[in-house]
Ligand binder design. Structure first.
Ligand code: ACM
Ligand code: ZN
Length: 539
């Protein structure tokens, strides 16, 4: 033990100590109070990091301190009186910070060493991430940390990011990397878009053909051809796209995310975006098919038949298994872009409208949502849907994800429904991030530069203070029609994710784009260290 201590000291002396750390990370802490004496404490690789021995999450946090800071986890026994020799380790992870926000943390660097204290275990985790980002620019095994108090607590409870694994399948290892990236930035909700017209990804044991067959498409449209506007000139790539996640794999993701204080919110998009499922269960469509897993993009007119009682049976079977795999309180049921054209001419749908006395097809969708909500409530869960679920009337407890601008979110908040803001013009990171398209891979369109993400304000001014409380948070979305590889996905995500996390963590008056871009260069060092691809220029 002693020998190790001396060798560490020798190592510390031998290495140059730069002392450049200033704790200016992304997302920016609320308070960075540097000690006036300008003294520093050395953080040395191989040093001990103590944690409450009986707390498994804190033990896991100490392992993160090993991974990100090079420290050695050392359980602290609270019951025994410490001898002089057993004084607190130079770095300590502790709980007990007074804050209403469980994610709050305080890092204290001083004579006693370094303490990372959280209001809960998640707060400690965010403190570790902040320290990791603070020292990212420092070379060598020893860093001089200026004495300081650094504190933060997030503005919003819901800090989300979505990944579409239906349009293109992303392997489990990359889903974990994606979660690592979210954790680095202080995101706490991973919205996993699992089903769509172009592929079904989650294994449903009672309906094995969904994973076996609907997770495969033999080829995909080439280029920017949305839909089949010009079939004669449509080119396909001859490359099969396939893959699904077994329930064991999805549980692995849930566990992996939970260790990083991230909840996985699965999305089963219904009643539209269901053609992959219809391809194996054509009786659930209004026309009876045949249907095939779509090899092109766009909104498909074929959706689940709202007049067929088997549709609800199907939905309940799927969601029942989804609830078993995903412990999340929220289950996302999509609801977007579901044309009602087939319902207008379907005898079953029309009979149902008549039976219920409905005057608009939108009420059929609302009817499905209400049934689904009842089912989810019976499992102790709550429903989230895209803002189309407002049409025809919201089910009682629905949370609305506002994507077609802020309007749907405003309407829902005024009806006292919870809202997550994810408007296309600030949050759709499948859009181009630079004006000059030649510098970037093909994207779906649009233009969403870093600055536009950064300037988003999730609580619209037209809401009263009371209504504003219904805005749970914000989220950015990565749809993957044109994103087929992990490297490309990271390029679309970074650094725009960094901008949305300052929206999620900071009070509006603390935001400053110029200063943010200064801090971003340090964050990019973390990206490079972790081999994360990112867009190196920004507008
Ligand atoms: C969506 O972008 N269709 C929710
Ligand atoms: Zn129908």
């Amino acid at each position: 033990m002693k020998r190790k201590f001396f060798s560490l000291m020798a190592l510390a002396a031998a290495l140059s100590v730069s002392g450049e750390v200033n704790y200016q990370v992304v997302p920016l802490p609320q308070r960075i109070e540097l000690d006036k004496t300008a003294q520093t404490t050395l953080l040395i690789k191989g040093q001990a990091v103590s944690y409450p021995a009986e707390n498994a999450q804190m033990r896991r946090n100490a392992e993160f301190a090993r991974e990100f800071l090079g420290l050695v986890p050392t359980p602290e026994q609270p019951s025994k009186k410490k001898s002089k020799k057993q004084q607190s380790a130079p770095v300590a992870l502790t709980l007990g910070l007074q804050s209403e926000k469980p994610d709050a943390y305080q890092i204290t660097v001083g004579k006693q060493g370094v303490t990372i204290q959280g209001a809960s275990e998640s707060g400690v985790f965010y403190g570790i991430q902040t320290l990791r980002k603070s020292i990212a620019a420092e070379p060598g095994d020893t860093v001089a940390l200026p004495w300081a108090i650094v504190c933060a607590e997030p503005r919003f409870l819901y800090r989300g990011t979505m990944l579409d694994c239906a349009r293109h399948f992303f392997p489990l290892e990359f889903v974990k990397t994606y979660i690592d990236i979210l954790a680095l930035h202080g995101v706490n909700k991973f919205h996993w878009h699992l089903t769509d017209d172009q592929g079904w990804r989650p294994e449903i044991k009672a309906l094995p053909d969904l994973a076996r067959k609907a997770s495969y498409r033999p080829y995909t449209i080439v280029g920017k051809n949305i839909g089949l506007a010009d079939p004669a000139n449509t080119i396909y790539d001859d490359t099969p796209e396939q893959g699904f996640y077994t329930q064991a794999e999805m549980r692995e993701i849930v566990q992996y995310a939970a260790e990083r204080y991230i909840t996985v919110i699965p999305e089963i998009d219904l009643p539209g975006h269901m053609v992959a499922a219809l391809s194996v269960y054509p009786e659930l469509g209004c026309t009876g098919g045949p249907y095939f897993v779509r090899p092109y993009w766009g909104i498909d007119p074929d959706v689940l038949c709202a007049g067929n009682p088997k549709t609800l049976e199907f939905i309940k079977t799927v969601l029942g298994e989804i609830c078993e795999v995903f412990p999340s309180k929220y289950i996302h049921i999509g609801g977007d872009e579901s044309p009602r054209t087939r319902w207008k001419t379907c005898p079953k749908c029309q009979a149902k409208m008549k039976e219920k006395g409905y005057t608009q097809e939108a009420q059929l969708q609302s009817d499905i949502n209400k049934e689904v909500e009842k089912f989810l409530t019976s499992k102790g869960r709550e429903l989230i849907g895209w803002d189309e679920i407002l049409e025809g009337g919201l089910s009682e407890n629905a949370t609305v994800m506002s994507w077609r601008g802020f309007k749907g979110g405003i309407e829902a908040a005024r009806q006292h429904h919870r809202v997550i803001m994810t408007p296309t013009n600030h949050c759709y990171i499948d859009y181009y991030q630079l004006k000059n398209h030649d510098q970037q891979p093909l994207a779906i369109g649009g233009y969403l530069p870093l600055s536009k993400v950064y300037e988003m304000e999730p609580i619209p001014g037209e809401l009263s203070e009371e209504e504003g409380k219904y805005i749970l948070g914000a989220q950015c979305n990565l749809w993957t029609e044109y994103v087929a590889s992990p490297d490309h996905a990271m390029y679309m995500l970074l650094p725009r994710l960094a901008a949305i996390t300052e929206v999620q963590w900071l009070q509006p008056e603390a935001k400053n784009f110029e200063q943010f871009t200064g801090r971003l260069s340090n964050l990019q060092r973390v990206y490079r260290k972790a081999c994360y691809k990112y867009c190196a220029t920004y507008e």
